[in-house]
Design a protein around this ligand. Structure first.
Ligand code: ADP
Ligand code: MG
Ligand code: MG
Ligand code: MG
Length: 400
């Protein structure tokens, strides 16, 4: 039996030919490494004869990106492949198909989406995705509702929380999103031009108290099986199609964390256009497009969630008048708070986003970063005043 070892290009080819029946024996495979390889190795394998290609993703037992090397469980590869299979059942067509999983090598083989673009790159280039809001709204409504206590028998749901227990990956989020950015310690990294704003955040006890409450929700609110890392680098798009990848952070957590990840990352793109789009008219136009997209995402999510609640709820209390309204209001409030936390950590903490990092002029980048910090703080501090999605987008409009 094979023991765990990280594959190289030749190893990936040999594995595909020897341990799967995805390619014929006479296939002429070429292999290309994709991705940064910080946490995982990602290979694209193509048969030169038939043109058929697949993606092979292998987890590594440590992370290189996060300071010094940090041990990480290989079990996340199981969680990722099971989450992809689960998502494909709940939302057919919105995730890559899984073809093969190997527990020992912590390796998943899946559909190649190379004709899609990582969404944050498309957004930086001011591309428009007319179906995205409806696709991601559906993805969120179906994956979150169908794994919740409203849809599943309570015992089934509790067993799922054990199946998808993901403590090591959760710890990364707990530290990097909800803790490190709020202390002046070596665990952060930021543009020296925004040091004053960062120091204000470190001294803002009201903000830190609200972040502590949001962290508590992340730690304790096992509401639904969430993706856990749903930024625009985990979404691959064409004009027609949307696919969600990389659910290795999946666990039972608050629904608002996934919705907030999408909103927060669209707002990081919004802020990045302070640098990417110097023409004011063009910039305002695209930024407004992003805000409308956020409004449409929530509207689609809510509509589909309410339909599911009506048709698929198994929880008897679901019929109580006012319950679904209360539930969704809580999710929206959480989404606002988590969107804010996600924005702040990408500016102050480790692991920045390409949207802003790709602005080479540090002064221009600082403009975008300061805007992101203002928006992020507002979304955290004022989340209880958010009663509809327009309460989020109007706050952003006020800040530019
Ligand atoms: P990580 O968990 O290390 O971030 P990802 O699953 O996000 O790994 O993959 C890293 C990169 O590999 C993605 O940004 C994308 O460019 C590429 N990639 C991953 N999955 C696919 C896929 N199914 N099809 C095409 N490219 C993919
Ligand atoms: Mg990565
Ligand atoms: Mg990942
Ligand atoms: Mg990724």
């Amino acid at each position: 039996m094979l023991r765990y070892h990280p594959l190289d290009e030749q190893g990936a080819i040999t594995y595909a030919l020897k341990f799967t029946d995805l390619f014929p024996e006479n296939a002429q495979l070429i292999c290309r490494k994709v991705g940064d390889g910080n946490l995982n190795l990602v290979f694209q394998l193509t048969d030169k004869r038939s043109g058929k290609s697949i993606i092979m993703k292998q987890a590594r037992p440590f992370a290189r990106a996060i300071g010094e090397s940090w041990p990480l469980t290989l079990d996340r590869a199981r969680i990722e492949s099971q989450a992809l299979i689960n998502h494909d059942r709940i939302c057919p067509g919105l995730v890559p198909k899984v073809y093969h999983y190997d527990r020992v090598l912590a390796l998943t083989i899946m559909e190649d989406l190379s004709n899609h673009l990582i969404m944050r790159k498309g957004l930086a280039a001011r591309k428009r995705y007319p179906h995205f809001a409806s696709h991601i709204g559906t993805f969120l409504a179906r994956t979150l509702f169908m794994t919740s206590d409203i849809a599943l028998p309570a015992q089934t749901k509790k067993k799922r929380t054990v199946q998808f227990m993901n403590p090591e990956m959760c710890k990364i989020s707990e530290d990097l999103i909800f803790t490190y950015p709020y202390f002046d310690s070596g665990e952060n990294q930021f543009n020296p031009l925004i040091a004053d704003t960062v120091e204000e955040i470190w001294m803002n006890n009201q903000l830190k108290l609200e972040v502590a409450k949001l962290k508590d929700g992340f730690l304790t609110h096992a509401q639904a099986l969430i993706h856990g890392d749903l930024h625009t680098g985990s979404i691959m798009v064409t004009e027609e199609d949307t696919k969600v990848i990389d659910p290795e952070f999946t666990f039972y957590g608050p629904m608002g964390f996934d919705i907030g990840a999408v909103i927060g990352n669209l707002l990081l793109s919004f802020a990045s256009h302070e640098g990417h789009t110097p023409d004011l008219g063009e910039r305002m136009n695209y930024q407004e497009y992003l805000l409308t997209m956020i409004e449409q995402i929530w509207t689609c999510f809510e509509k589909e969630f309410r339909q599911l609640w009506e048709k698929e709820a198994k929880e008897r209390m679901a019929v109580i008048p006012g319950y679904v309204d209360h539930y969704l209001l809580q999710v929206l409030e959480d989404a606002s708070g988590y969107a804010g936390c996600k924005m702040i950590r990408r500016i102050i903490g480790l692991a920045h986003v390409w949207d802003l990092e790709s602005i080479s002029d540090p002064k221009l980048r600082a403009n975008g970063e300061k805007l992101a910090l203002s928006v992020g703080q507002k979304l955290v501090l004022e989340r209880r005043q958010v009663k509809e999605i327009y309460d989020i987008t109007s706050r952003v409009r006020q800040l530019v």
